[in-house]
Design a protein around this ligand. Structure first.
Ligand code: GDD
Ligand code: MG
Length: 370
């Protein structure tokens, strides 16, 4: 079976991490998120995937090529202009030849796709929508069903007074290709506001497949950190790269860890990373490739991409560092703060409370303090 992954969105809510890196390419436990999605698909028997991209297509090609490295066939198709979620699939309709998985490219889930396909076949559905319960459906697509799970209503971004269920569209569909005859070609058209409401009118069988699998939309800074924590503490079925060298400590390639440093799992350490004298790295934490954690640094619950240098006594707690940053002595970065890429922060700064630092920022000593 084939799959189409929708990866066209701008990822605005995740800025500044997505200023230079498209949302599906941002690292998730040291691996581009999309790569993890592809491997998960392959594991479940999907070997041909179409990526519907909208911008920075060359970045996808550089990293993923034609998919042969991942032992799959990959088509990277760029839209002439944003076509919307359903329009993007219409744009690659010529590559489809049977029931097809369509996936939002920003969802972390370990949903059982085979079980979903069995359900789709058993119901003889034309469209099956995976569903997940959430506390606040207003940010999502609300789905109402009858007792047989046939969809009765689809309401994108419902107002609080319209909420009748906690089940929302989890962003994985199985669709029979004939359904795309309802999608106008060469136009912006959405599943959520266009195709699904139309299918409810035409009467083609559309079913909901609820599941309690792990599910999170990774598209916001705090959820980006939370997903890392969930993966590291084992809430998601996840294959870590590298080898386990101690209790819940995974190492990719070689690292240099000073004997006086303390590492408490779950921690993933990228290749070529150095942890210096007296530093403490407490999980759930991910250190990217080629990072230098200076003497007496204190790191807990942080996500670091590659090539970050922390000088002596830096404190990182529940925060994200993009790539190629230099952090001066005794600077503290905490409470959901995000430093994106290529920044140089002087000594003794205090970045807290979800502050976001844009790429290329240079800060002097004690430029920000509380
Ligand atoms: N190729 C392409 N072209 N992809 C697109 C386009 C487009 O014009 N617009 C959006 N996408 C991709 C995004 O990159 C993302 O992977 C996916 O489609 C969904 O878009 P989002 O912008 O992330 O939508 P959302 O999170 O507000 O809502 C959607 O996902 C929820 C679950 O996470 C909807 O499908 C909701 O109904 C759903 O509950
Ligand atoms: Mg989303």
């Amino acid at each position: 079976m084939k799959a189409v992954i929708l990866v066209g969105g701008l990822g605005t809510r995740l800025r500044p991490l997505t200023c230079k890196t498209p949302k599906p390419m941002i690292p998730m436990v040291n691996q581009p998120f999309i790569e993890w999605m592809l491997l998960r698909l392959r594991e479940q028997g999907v070997t041909e995937v179409i990526l519907a991209v909208q911008y920075l297509a060359e970045r996808f090609r550089e990293t993923l090529g034609d998919g042969s490295r991942l032992e799959m066939k990959l088509h990277i198709v760029e839209e002439p202009e944003p076509r919307g979620t359903a329009g993007a699939v219409k744009n690659v309709e010529h590559l489809l030849d049977g029931p097809t998985f369509v996936l939002n490219g920003d969802v972390m889930t370990d949903l059982d796709l085979k079980a979903m396909l069995d359900f789709h076949r058993e119901k003889q559905a034309k469209v099956t929508i995976s569903l997940t319960p959430v506390e606040d459906p207003t940010q999502f697509g609300l789905v109402e069903m009858d007792r047989q799970n046939r969809v009765q209503r689809f309401l994108e971004k419902p107002r609080p007074e319209d909420i009748t269920s906690d089940l929302i569209n989890a962003g994985t569909y199985i669709i029979e290709p004939e359904i795309f005859r309802y999608v106008p070609p060469n136009e912006f058209y959405m599943f959520e506001r266009g195709l699904f409401p139309v299918v409810l009118q035409t009467g083609d069988p559309m079913y909901g497949f609820p599941s309690r699998a792990y599910w999170t939309d990774i598209g916001k800074p705090q959820t980006y950190i939370d997903v890392h924590h969930d993966v590291l503490i084992g809430k998601v079925k996840y294959k870590f790269l590298g080898r386990q060298i101690a209790d819940r400590i995974w190492l990719e390639g070689d690292a240099e860890i000073h004997p006086s440093a303390q590492v408490v799992g779950p921690v993933v350490i990228g290749p070529g990373t150095v942890i210096q004298r007296g530093a403490r790295v407490i999980g759930p934490t991910v250190l990217g490739a080629r990072c230098v954690i200076g003497p007496e640094c204190n790191i807990e619950g942080a996500v670091l991409w590659e090539n970050n240098r922390l000088d002596e006594g830096v404190v990182l707690r529940n925060c994200v560092l993009g790539k190629n940053n230099v952090i001066g002595e005794r600077t503290h970065i905490t409470d959901g703060a995000i430093v994106s890429d290529d920044c140089s922060l002087g000594a003794e700064n205090r970045l807290e409370r979800g502050i976001r630092i844009w790429p290329g920022t240079a800060l002097g000593e004690r430029a920000i303090s509380f």
